[in-house]
Write a protein that binds this ligand. Structure first.
Ligand SMILES: *Cc1c(COP(=O)(O)O)cnc(C)c1O
Length: 434
């Protein structure tokens, strides 16, 4: 499979190059040159296949022969080695729980796949590779965990001091070994700016092989298709009609992977882009005007994105035809008050505990189903409630316990280096401390 740069269709690269480079010239995103279709027989009988087999069939055309089959199968085994159950919340709404991975976030799947591909592609390098990322919470944990202990790779994570939840912080800072956490006196935007400066600094690039684990990387984006198939496998055991699929969205990578799977033949009645107050795409679907905004802070902070970078891939999928896109996707914007109200109500009525991102999705799907009463669907549960304890405990009035898998982690010591939002401090760390 070749991938072309959406900003310059002449630039074509293979999967390996797309994975290592992350993006093309002028920061263009890579996009697969063809959309390989699923076998119809396969899609209609998913329950006959193991999760690993489904995941392998989903990914193999995108990787081609750039990773040997046995190694790709091993990578996939390690990518989907936790349960991804589809649970019924009420008569018409199910939730795909994507938060049983090592960092309790759906990003584990993309991060695990990408880290292992990168590790394979870089295995013969003499220089150690340094993965540099800024995080507002979830990405860093998933990336740290995905790369933990992989030979030949160091990971440096910048996060804003006092602005990530206690569980998130432990996931970033307690691993040690090849994972280095920098606690920045500043905001997430400051962290991101420092990272950008490092990538464009000659001295640093001369002495380190720097790479990013950005969510636009094809090796993080494409494996997200897998769990739409795993959802459908379970859906087919319970329901006859195709599902409405509702995705809590920020950078739009997740929903874009679902749409790609749909173009390949995954049945879906409709897609819903569930957003918080950052409503650029719901507004676009109303007005056909794409107007990036400065992001505003909300309870569902992993979706606080004012200029969703993957949306361009969705446009490409639909051949830039607005009407086709609008027929398949609806957008909703749910504010914090409604998010809290949804968590409270769903717990009261159905005994199910949502966290803020999934609550935005629940409310969106509920609004859609009010207008389309004969349909049913599922939401993607993108994070475990324990990662957002303040909002969840306030809305439900119950204390949520830590899952057992976190006990050991929470006992570990936090190890960080504190820096100011000052490039010189980052430069010194990168050149002399790792
Ligand atoms: C990253 C994230 C999202 C948004 O996913 P995108 O692919 O950026 O749209 C939603 N929920 C949670 C919990 C996340 O961490």
């Amino acid at each position: 499979m070749k991938y072309y740069n959406l900003k310059n269709h002449q630039e074509k690269v293979d999967f390996k190059t797309a994975t290592i480079k992350g993006q093309g010239k002028n920061k263009g995103l890579f996009f697969p040159e063809s959309i390989p279709l699923f076998d119809v027989e396969f899609i209609s009988k998913l329950h006959q296949y193991s999760n690993e087999e489904i995941a392998y069939r989903c990914m193999k055309d995108f990787v081609g022969n750039e990773i040997p089959v046995e190694i790709l199968k091993e990578i996939i085994r390690e990518t989907v080695n936790f349960e991804i159950p589809l649970k019924k919340i009420n008569e018409s709404i199910y939730i795909l729980e994507l938060f049983h991975g090592p960092t309790l976030a759906f990003k584990d799947i993309g991060a695990r796949f990408m880290s292992r591909c990168l590790s394979y592609f870089l295995k013969d390098q003499d220089k150690k590779v340094t993965v540099l990322v800024a995080t507002s919470g979830d990405t860093g944990g998933a990336v740290a965990n995905g790369f933990y202990n992989l030979p030949g790779i160091n990971v440096v994570i910048l996060y804003p001091k006092n602005r990530v939840s206690p569980v998130q912080e432990k996931q970033l800072t307690a691993l040690g070994k090849n994972i280095f956490a920098l606690e920045v006196n500043g905001s997430f935007d400051d962290c991101q700016n420092l990272v950008k400066q490092a990538f464009s600094n000659q001295e640093i690039n001369d002495s380190l092989l720097l790479t990013s684990a950005n969510s636009i990387n094809v090796a993080r984006w494409l494996p997200q298709q897998i769990y739409y198939l795993l959802a459908l496998k379970q859906w087919q055991q319970n329901e006859i009609e195709s599902p409405v699929i509702c995705v809590p969205s920020g950078n739009f990578g997740n929903i874009c992977a679902g749409l790609l799977a749909h173009f390949r033949g995954l049945p879906a009645e409709h897609f819903i882009a569930a957003c918080n107050a950052n409503d650029i795409i719901p507004e676009y679907l109303k007005t056909q005007v794409l107007q990036p905004q400065k992001s505003v802070a909300t309870l569902s902070n992993a979706m606080d994105v004012g200029d969703p970078s993957n949306f361009i891939r969705i446009m490409e999928l639909f051949g830039h035809k607005f009407d086709a896109l609008k027929n398949k996707i609806s957008g909703y914007s749910v504010d914090d008050q409604k998010t809290m109200h949804t968590i409270t109500e769903v717990f009261k009525k159905f005994g199910y505990i949502l966290e803020p991102h999934s609550a935005v999705a629940f409310s969106s799907l509920e609004q859609y189903l009010d207008q389309h009463p004969n349909k049913k669907g599922f939401i993607l549960g993108t994070a475990h409630p324990v990662k957002f304890p303040e909002a969840v405990e306030k809305a439900t009035q119950i204390k949520i316990g830590l899952p057992e898998s976190l006990n050991d982690l929470m006992k570990k010591e936090k190890k960080t280096v504190e820096i100011n939002s000052d490039f010189e401090e980052l430069r010194r760390f990168l050149l002399h401390k790792i």
